[in-house]
Design a protein around this ligand. Structure first.
Ligand SMILES: [Cu+2]
Length: 153
C-alpha cells in the first residue's frame, strides 16, 4: 500500500470518528431533546421576554447583555416549580445562569437590584416620583418575570 492510498483512507476514518463527537457536543446544550430557552437582559433593567413556558427538563438560560450587574431571585410562596431560594448574580456584559425544572409549576422571579420602587430604582414603574413613562403612556413594571413549567404529556 502506497502512502497516497493511506491518506485516501485516513479522511473517511477521521470523519467517522469525529462526526458523532460533533453531534454529541451540539446536543450538550439541550436536556431531554428540548433546546434551552433564553431570557435576555437587554441594555436596560428588564427581562425579555417577561413570560415564557417551558417543559419539565427543558433548560432556561438567563443572559445579561447590560453593562450593569443584575440578579435572578425567586424566594416567595407563589413559586410552585421548585428552586425556591434562588438568588444568583448575573454579571454585567454576558453573565449567564442556567436552570432546569423537575416538575410542573410557576417560577416567578425578579432582580433584587431593580425590583424596589424607590427614588433611585424605578425601572418603568410609577412610584412616588412618577417613574418613567414610555411613548404609549405605559409605566410597565419593576424588573421581574415568570416561567410556567408544564408537564411532559
Ligand atoms: Cu437588575
Amino acid at each position: 500500500m502506497t502512502l497516497s492510498k493511506l491518506r485516501w483512507w485516513a479522511l473517511p476514518s477521521l470523519l467517522i470518528c469525529f462526526v458523532p463527537l460533533l453531534a454529541l457536543s451540539q446536543k450538550a446544550d439541550t436536556d431531554g431533546g428540548a433546546p434551552a430557552r433564553q431570557i435576555i437582559v437587554p441594555d436596560e433593567d428588564r427581562f425579555v421576554p417577561f413570560a415564557i413556558t417551558v417543559r419539565v427538563g427543558q433548560p432556561v438560560i438567563w443572559i445579561n447583555n447590560d453593562i450593569d450587574d443584575h440578579t435572578v431571585v425567586s424566594d416567595d410562596a407563589f413559586n410552585t416549580a421548585g428552586h425556591r431560594g434562588t438568588n444568583v448574580l448575573l454579571k454585567a456584559n454576558g453573565g449567564t445562569f442556567r436552570l432546569a425544572f423537575r416538575h410542573p409549576g410557576v417560577f416567578p422571579f425578579y432582580c433584587r437590584f431593580h425590583a424596589m420602587l424607590d427614588a433611585h430604582n424605578q425601572p418603568k414603574a410609577p412610584g412616588p416620583d412618577g417613574g418613567i413613562q414610555d411613548p404609549n403612556g405605559n409605566y410597565g413594571t419593576p424588573m421581574n418575570g415568570v416561567i410556567t413549567v408544564v408537564g411532559d404529556d
